[in-house]
Write a protein that binds this ligand. Structure first.
Ligand SMILES: Cc1cc2nc3c(=O)[nH]c(=O)nc-3n(C[C@H](O)[C@H](O)[C@H](O)COP(=O)(O)OP(=O)(O)OC[C@H]3O[C@@H](n4cnc5c(N)ncnc54)[C@H](O)[C@@H]3O)c2cc1C
Length: 472
């Protein structure tokens, strides 16, 4: 028995699972416990009691019902690329991993939809839709491993939010299993449905604390006819924002507007062994992707680009001449997170600010960190067009992890105080999980958190599903 009265895992429960489910349904193999008990955050010690791999919604339903009877706690788990510790099992929970539920249905070219199981890998969905010149516009560097269920449970963002919005916008219907085994079919494939509260929305971004997503009907969008990708060197973050304003008010459709500092670019250069697209270095860089239809020739962009240089909005720049060159330019942005992780131990933050406050916030941030944390080297990059900044801090060489963690905790408090001052969010897209739980009050009121707890009680009265994530 643990402190909240739930049984962690017992021999009797294990025996029952083994008799009621297929022979390969449950594992207690130590290597698999370690692999499936963690996500990308790595710094939590995984300690699940078992991992189960259902193949159908019916198996998920029977299993959750059994867990409710035995009061066993369950952690839903997808591709385990999460950066908030949401899929981590540190307290003897059973991990329910969706990997075997990865069927992808047929594309409906009239409705522009596709029905998939929750374990379908994000990139596999893109590949299935590509021959129809359609896509599910949820796109980021971890798409080769992340799963649709995980994307929905985190309401994932990524590099295309500025154009298409969050995952929430691209989910029509959901199938969800509750802890008591009930299977909910929410909204089917309806575009319009004003019949009371939209329950589907509760589960999008719920980080697995309300129910297990087992299937989804996804909305698709036509793939843009042409993508023009540019990489610019600019004077500083102020210049990044000036450029953003200019591009946003141009007649061209922005597909992505991403930024990174020179420290980030140097990290990618070192790890990926790639040459930057131009010789000199610049304090900050912008990756710009514009969508263009076939009827608009490339040349229409030229006067616009000339103006950017003439007005001093950019210092240097390059325009990809082929899809291969475009991919190479994207490497400088998409390779940042992984490259930093390869170079050292990194503490990550994922904050957002109202776009209009970014300039003042960044000035305040630079000043505060120069005075209070001069020993920390920060790497700033992100989806600047959405006001979303990833602020990573590298552990200085020779430091013990414990000392680094303590300093980062203090630095986080300073950072989140600034975020609060500018009415931002301590988690723009990665979620709360375990990582941001203690800092939730910087972005949400006590009243809001209390309402979240009440909603959880409705769906999971015994508190067995993903316990301790988002709030206690
Ligand atoms: C290199 C890199 C780049 C990234 N870039 C971005 C980015 O740009 N934008 C962004 O938003 N994220 C980004 N991420 C974070 C991560 O990829 C996303 O949060 C992703 O949506 C998680 O999907 P997953 O399948 O890996 O989920 P997991 O990590 O397995 O789980 C995440 C959360 O969802 C829950 N969950 C998983 N599956 C289910 C299910 N079927 N039902 C109910 N709950 C479930 C888990 O319990 C957990 O709380 C990045 C990660 C990496 C490693």
């Amino acid at each position: 028995m643990n402190t909240n009265g739930s049984v962690l895992f017992s021999k009797e429960f294990e025996k029952k699972v083994k008799s009621d489910f297929p022979v390969d349904f449950l594992t207690t193999n130590p290597d698999e416990l370690k692999t499936f008990g963690r996500d990308w955050t790595k710094f939590y010690e995984p300690k699940p009691s078992a991992v189960v791999f259902p193949r159908s919604t019916q198996e998920v339903s029977r299993f959750l019902k059994l867990c409710s009877e035995y009061r066993v706690r369950v952690v839903p788990s997808g591709g385990r690329t999460g950066l908030a510790g949401g899929a981590v099992a540190t307290q003897g929970e059973v991990v329910l991993n969706l990997t075997r539920m990865r069927e992808i249905g047929e594309v409906d070219p009239l409705a522009l939809t596709i029905k998939v199981q929750a374990g379908a890998v994000t990139q596999a969905v893109h590949e299935k839709c590509a021959p129809f010149r359609l896509t599910w516009p949820v796109d980021f560097a971890s798409k080769g491993s992340s799963q649709v269920g995980g994307n929905i449970a985190t309401n994932a963002g990524g590099v295309k939010v500025i154009r298409y919005g969050h995952t929430r916008n691209w989910v029509l219907g959901l199938q969800v299993v509750l802890m008591n085994g009930d299977v909910l079919e929410l909204n089917g494939a309806l575009e319009k449905n004003n019949t009371g509260l939209d329950l589907r929305q509760f589960f999008i971004g719920s980080e697995g604390v309300l129910g297990v997503i087992t299937e989804a009907t996804l909305k698709l969008h036509p793939v843009p006819e042409n993508l023009d990708v540019f990489f610019f060197g600019v004077e500083d973050f102020s210049a990044v924002l000036q450029l953003f304003q200019k591009v946003r008010r141009s007649p061209f459709q922005i597909g992505a507007f991403e930024c990174l500092t020179d420290a980030c670019l140097q990290a990618v250069k070192e790890v990926r062994k790639v040459s930057p697209p131009f010789q000199g270095t610049h304090p900050a860089y912008v990756l710009l992707e514009l969508e263009r239809s076939h009827s608009t020739p490339r040349e229409t962009l030229e006067p616009f680009l000339t103006e950017l240089f003439e007005k001093g909005l950019v210092q240097d720049g390059t325009w990809a001449q082929s899809p291969r060159e475009a991919r190479d330019l994207w490497t400088f942005r998409e390779g940042v997170s992984e490259s930093l992780g390869t170079l050292g131990f990194v503490h990550k933050n994922d904050i957002s600010l109202p776009v209009a406050s970014l300039k003042d916030f960044l000035k305040d941030f630079d000043k505060t960190f120069a005075v209070r944390h001069p020993e920390l080297k920060t790497y700033v990059f992100g989806h600047i067009g959405d006001g979303n900044l990833h602020i990573n801090t590298m552990m200085p060489s020779g430091w013990e992890r414990e000392r680094f963690a303590q300093i980062c905790k203090q630095a986080d408090l300073d950072l989140f105080t600034l975020v609060q001052k500018y009415h931002g969010s301590v988690s723009a897209e990665h979620g709360v999980g375990l990582v941001k739980k203690d800092f939730l009050h910087f972005s949400r009121t006590d009243q809001e958190v209390q309402l979240m707890r009440s909603i959880k009680k409705v769906f999971d009265p015994q508190g067995l599903l993903n316990p301790g994530k988002i709030f206690d």
